[in-house]
Design a protein around this ligand. Structure first.
Ligand code: HEC
Ligand SMILES: [Cu+2]
Length: 492
């Protein structure tokens, strides 16, 4: 293995990696062919030039010929390059088209870029339903610590805890997207490099012809740990793949029973530590001290030692507009554990804990409890349906554009109203007062309107049923509540 590994390392040093898919082979061959074409042109052009300089030098008494406009030469030096270019473009285009042909895959996997790791969802084909998160597994001690000599020849910073596993010889379609910023999924041996863009789905594919471990990187500068979110793909035989799938399914079934289990503080803390190290330590640091000024400390933080609902809220929903993203993709147990860990580690000793069942309950209500609505609101969600009449109003806090907790009622009312009237649409208008900077006020009103729109969308309202109106100004003094409202009216 290590011999083979070294062979691969030396081989790849000055050349492309050994291709393991047909497309990669074509790319490799194209690359070689183009290089040869360039080399031949280089030799021909410089050969003629050097020969001319030498053979017709002044000391030999050469006299320059004097002529203008030789049509034959001009036609030739236009036509010949055109043919050379066409000759190169033809096979290249064929390969590019083949690269884009993602039809009829055997297995479809969604790869989601997160700052800074990859998440994989097996969407279709054998293994459907499997979900894994791939974190860098190179120990910190090898990166900056005292174990640098222990670095692996081939896998240093290219190794992960949970590799992507796929069967050999099958067409694997990869859908790429991202959760925060643009990343790119790049595995050179497959000749696959596809941007992963938040809010968009792109796709690419590969069919590996050889079992083995293939490694790649994120290839889009995506922040502080861009160089630490590698990709590791294990291509295995069909049998091995089937047993891997069976193993994952079993493990998933075991975990799926967990949320109803009641854990002790010690159990949650232990589990939470793992979740924290894998997901949160990159920003908040293992010490819990954060990294000023971008990443706040959790040790002694008001939120991590304050009301538990706020703590759950920020982990579950993130904080829009900051690097703190929503961590909903973690399991109920993981979220419960990491929150419990944060409240009872370092100098924090709140002593309370969250059970996974509480997170699960929140998810149940999360359809309506929108991105920015904290957990407390989700719990208090009224059981009696609010009167489904418009206009509905949402009052924001002074200077804030985050959705207030009680917005849930208005959002629910509007969603119900629209559900009851399939051809109705709504207008959303943000209001502002006339104090202070008008530009700033209008911007704030717009942000607030957007927050309401997003909440409606999350509550299942189709985007084309929502019209965004220009902000309007209300006369009144500094703290006029009506000037902080977003109003939702029936359109037309
Ligand atoms: C990409 C960087 C990043 C990662 C990873 C991250 N956070 Fe944060 N986190 C932030 C930032 C930035 C804030 C501050 C947001 C703000 O402006 O209030 C924050 C705030 C918080 C707060 C509130 C702290 C306070 O006192 O305001 C908590 C609690 C928290 N994060 C928990 C977590 C947990 C749990 C995880 C892992 C599951 C995590 N974070 C992962 C960047 C990150
Ligand atoms: Cu990235």
């Amino acid at each position: 293995m290590s011999l083979a590994g070294m062979a691969q390392a030396t081989e790849a040093r000055y050349n492309l990696q050994t291709p393991v898919t047909q497309i990669a082979q074509q790319v490799y061959d194209l690359h070689t062919a183009m290089l040869v074409v360039c080399l031949v042109i280089f030799l021909a052009v410089f050969g003629v030039m050097f020969y001319s300089v030498y053979a017709h030098r002044k000391s030999k008494g050469a006299v320059a010929a004097q002529w203008h406009e030789n049509t034959t030469v001009e036609i030739l030096w236009t036509i010949i390059p055109v043919f050379i270019l066409l000759g190169m473009a033809w096979p290249a285009t064929k390969t590019v088209l083949a690269m884009k042909d993602t039809s009829n895959p055997d297995i479809t996997i969604k790869a989601t870029g997160y700052q800074w790791k990859w998440g994989y969802d097996y969407l279709k084909g054998e293994g459907e339903g499997i979900r894994l998160v791939s974190n860098l597994s190179t120990p910190q001690s090898q990166i900056g610590g005292d174990q640098q000599s222990a670095r692996s020849e081939t896998a240093y910073l290219l190794e992960v805890d949970e590799p992507l596993v796929v069967p050999v010889g099958k067409k694997i379609r990869i859908l790429t997207t991202a959760n925060d910023v643009i990343h790119a999924w790049w595995v050179p041996a497959f000749a696959v490099k596809q941007d992963a863009i938040p809010g968009f789905i792109r796709d690419t594919w590969f069919r590996a012809d050889k079992e083995g471990i293939y490694r790649g990187n994120c290839a889009e500068l995506c922040g502080k740990d861009h160089g630490f979110m590698p990709i590791e793909v294990h291509v295995v035989s069909a049998d091995k793949y089937s047993s891997w799938v069976a193993g994952r399914k079993k493990a998933a079934a075991a975990v799926a029973e967990d949320p109803s289990k009641t854990y002790s503080l010690a159990e949650l803390k232990a589990k939470g530590q793992q979740v924290y190290d894998a997901n949160c330590a990159a920003c908040h640091q293992a010490t819990g001290k954060g990294l000023a000024p971008a990443f706040p400390p959790l040790d002694g933080s008001k939120i991590a030692t304050g009301p538990i609902a706020d703590h759950i809220g920020i982990v579950f929903n993130g904080k829009p507009g900051t690097a703190m993203s929503a961590w909903r993709q973690l399991s109920d147990t993981e979220i419960a554990a990491v929150i419990t860990f944060e409240r009872n580690n370092w100098g924090n000793a709140v002593g309370d804990l969250v059970q996974p069942s509480a997170i699960r309950a929140m998810r149940g209500g999360a359809q309506v409890a929108t991105a920015a609505v904290p957990a407390a609101a989700a719990k208090e969600a009224p059981t009696a349906a609010p009167a489904a009449a418009l206009p509905a109003k949402v009052y924001f806090q002074v200077g804030k554009s985050t959705l207030p907790a009680d917005a849930i009622d208005a959002v629910k009312a509007v969603a119900e109203y629209l559900a009851a009237k399939p051809d109705a649409k709504v207008d959303i208008t943000g209001y502002t007062d006339k104090s202070g900077s008008l530009d700033k006020n209008l911007e704030l009103a717009k942000e607030r309107a957007k927050a309401v729109r997003d909440a409606l969308k999350e509550a299942g309202v189709a985007a084309d049923r929502i019209n965004m109106k220009k902000p309007e100004a209300v006369t009144g003094d500094g703290d006029n509540k009506e000037a902080r409202r977003v109003e939702i009216n029936r359109a037309g």
